[in-house]
Write a protein that binds this ligand. Structure first.
Ligand code: FES
Ligand code: FES
Length: 215
């Protein structure tokens, strides 16, 4: 065909072509379409669940959407904002609290799973007037800079020393059946789930060593 010759497309042919293309697209869509997720809803009052916790020595009763994490229950419902939300994915340790004597990431657990539990947050460890020994040691050894990770670090540090006293081994314990040593290696390993973007790790270990009686 000569370059100057433009093919004549009849209107009827064009309509047929468009209709065929649209039908094809719809057919492809029918195969690939994934049902859209249901829009997020707020639980109605009938869907709420009651949960009773002992938080920092105080009995607390909450009516919660069962999907509420322990961290959100503490921060948003009880207004205990000392525990921090860093990643909300169990990766940073900023939300660490002590539940029935064991440290856990409060962002990774649902509040309704802890009916009757004893929960200790940074607010329950000490006060500005009467610091917990671990809080005082963090201040003395400069175990923080911005402080965002610090409540989780301190809750974790207190629980770590208890774990060692109880003889719970860690990944670096040489003998799983022997009493674990209170060593720098043990402290570093056991605190490895608590990240500090300010890099205060060395000073945190110094603070823990002093409270644990190593320094
Ligand atoms: S906020 Fe829970 S681990 Fe980061
Ligand atoms: S003191 Fe800033 S993140 Fe740890």
């Amino acid at each position: 065909m000569n370059r100057l010759e433009v093919p004549v497309i009849k209107r009827r042919d064009a309509l047929i072509a468009c209709a065929a293309t649209a039908a094809g697209a719809r057919a492809a869509q029918a195969v690939e379409t994934v049902p859209a997720p249901a829009p997020a809803t707020t639980a109605s009052s009938s869907a709420l669940m009651a949960v009773s916790l002992h938080v920092n020595g105080q009995a607390r009763r909450l009516e919660l959407d069962p999907r509420t994490t322990l961290l959100d229950a503490l921060r948003e419902h009880l207004h205990l904002t000392g525990s921090k939300k860093g990643c909300d994915h169990g990766q940073c340790g900023a939300c660490t609290v002590i539940v029935d004597g064991r440290r856990i990431n409060a962002c990774l657990t649902l509040a309704v799973m802890h009916e009757g539990a004893q929960v200790t947050t940074i607010e329950g460890l000490g006060s500005a007037q009467q610091l917990h020994p671990m809080q005082a040691a963090f201040v003395k050894h400069d175990g923080f800079q911005c402080g965002y990770c610090t409540p989780g670090q301190i809750c974790s540090a207190v629980a770590v020393l208890d774990e060692i006293r109880q003889g719970i081994p860690s990944h670096v314990s040489a003998d799983l059946s022997a009493q674990p040593l209170l060593s720098v290696d043990e402290l570093r390993e056991r605190m490895s789930g608590n990240l500090c973007r300010c890099g205060a790790y060395a000073n945190i270990v110094d603070a823990m060593a002093e409270v644990g009686g190593l320094a």
